[in-house]
Design a protein around this ligand. Structure first.
Ligand code: SAM
Length: 261
């Protein structure tokens, strides 16, 4: 997935972009998946560490491991979460023994895997029989407001952006597609959650996009200055925000399942 390369940026750029939503999403994912004191948990595609941090607060850092292919994110995660075992690696080849974890989670990651069925298969392999494997993905096509408005604005000024629109290009952003990816598990459930993020003003939302993080940021950074200015104006108008603080909401789909005994 070419989008995976867009996460080799400083961690702070991610934190100011989609990372604004991820602590709340992490708590929702943990609640839906279930994680209990004494469990060992793995965060696959840990990014800058929001989910691993929530798991460490619940279970203790020594019971949590995390893995991500982005060197700057791995470095940030190690710095932020002392005691958590943080590895550089990919879902498709997880650097852990079979049946190590009670709970294995991937937050906003399956769409960026090179081979998602293989990555989810690896998540199952490292999870104990009867353990839980779960993932969250954005509802890119409709109710992830930030990214939906962003790609609508991009296509309005540049029709060629349509092929980059994550609402079209992400293979697992509907309940059916995500449920299908989970079909090898027992007791599969797909649910939804809505989280939110606060912005001081439109500049607060725009600045991280210019930093090139995630597919939306990489697209923004690739534009020549005049087009970038046009995109900025179009997005501001579509969001209907300006110099005042505002909040956006984002819906995610969550799939959970149990590894067959
Ligand atoms: C949208 S970010 C999500 C980060 C974090 N889970 C969160 O919720 O903030 C996607 C992450 O997937 C990672 N990633 C990309 N390809 C991957 C792969 N094949 N296996 C595991 N992680 C991958 C990226 O490096 C990035 O950190």
């Amino acid at each position: 997935m070419p989008g995976a390369a867009t996460f080799r940026t400083p961690a702070e750029a991610y934190d100011r972009h989609v990372g604004r939503y991820t602590p709340e999403l992490s708590r929702a994912l943990i609640e839906v998946a279930g994680a209990w004191p004494g469990d060992r948990a793995l965060d696959v595609g840990c990014g800058t560490g929001a989910l691993a941090g929530e798991l460490a607060a619940l279970l203790g850092a020594e019971r949590v491991a995390a893995v991500d292919p982005s060197p700057p994110f791995v470095e940030a995660c190690r710095r932020r979460l002392p005691g958590v075992r943080v590895e550089e690696g990919s879902a498709e080849a997880l650097p852990f023994e079979d049946a190590t974890f009670d709970v294995t989670l991937a937050q906003l990651v399956v769409n960026f895997m090179t081979d998602a069925p293989a990555g989810v298969g690896e998540m199952a392999r490292v999870t104990k029989p009867g353990g839980t494997v779960a993932a969250a993905v954005w509802d890119y096509a409709a109710d992830m407001q930030l990214l939906r408005r962003f790609w609508d604005a991009a296509v309005a000024i540049d029709p060629r952006a349509a092929e980059l629109d994550e609402g079209r290009s992400m293979p697992y952003c509907t309940p059916d597609a995500l449920g299908h990816l989970w079909s090898a598990f027992d007791d599969v459930q797909v649910s939804s959650v809505v989280v939110s993020a606060h912005y001081a003003d439109f500049e607060d939302l725009w600045r991280p996009l210019e930093g090139g993080v995630a597919p939306s940021g990489a697209y923004t950074a690739s534009l020549p200055p005049a087009r970038r200015t046009a995109l900025k104006a179009e997005l501001e108008q579509r969001l209907g925000v300006s110099c005042e603080p505002f909040e956006l909401t984002a819906r995610a789909w969550i799939a959970t399942g149990r590894v067959p005994q």
